[in-house]
Ligand binder design. Structure first.
Ligand SMILES: [Zn+2]
Length: 173
């Protein structure tokens, strides 16, 4: 089922999520809903979606990794690289806003699949970026928090008179 996505200023986005303890039909349904809801996002296309974004406060998200939607349950970052990279991030819960966020370039992740089986995986480049962004959602953190603490810039997508989209810097008083 396609679910609606919570957006700011909804305070529920700030709520932390609970570990998954039963790997049952309810979990499968949640993964199915997250996958379907991510698949229908085309403008902009989605790279990841977490359970709290659809109002389910469980430590689950789905992410497009090398063009396939994969589910992540109870993800834990075991190690991050010293090297950090900056990337322009956006989020369905923060419509039309984008900002540069600096994050570790590589991570070692422990994660469970929908049967509860644990694996450890090393991620780098875009997948590492998406996973860190989605884990933040499970802790009630949004990318704009990092932009603020890193003194970065926030951009808004605006349409010009001719209908072309452009990035305009947003300034806060
Ligand atoms: Zn997001």
């Amino acid at each position: 089922m396609i679910r609606s996505i919570l957006t700011l200023p909804d305070e529920k986005l700030r709520q932390g999520s609970q570990e998954v303890t039963s790997f049952d039909r309810g979990l499968n349904k949640l993964i199915e809903d997250l996958t379907q809801t991510l698949e229908v996002q085309t403008d902009p296309p989605g790279l990841g979606l977490s359970a709290p974004q659809i109002g389910i406060f469980r430590r689950v998200f789905v992410a497009k990794i090398r063009n396939r939607i994969k589910s992540f349950i109870n993800p834990k970052i075991l190690r991050v690289s010293k090297g950090e990279v900056t990337f322009l991030e956006g989020c369905f819960s923060v419509p039309d806003l984008y900002g540069h966020v600096m994050r570790p370039a590589e991570i070692d992740l422990e994660v469970q699949n929908k049967n509860g089986q644990k694996t450890r995986v090393h991620y780098k480049s875009l997948p590492a970026r998406i996973i860190q962004h989605e884990i933040d959602h499970l802790n009630g953190i949004l990318f704009i928090d990092h932009v603020h603490s890193q003194n970065g810039k926030i951009f808004k997508v605006e349409k010009t008179k001719s209908g072309k989209e452009q990035f305009v810097e947003v300034t806060y008083a």
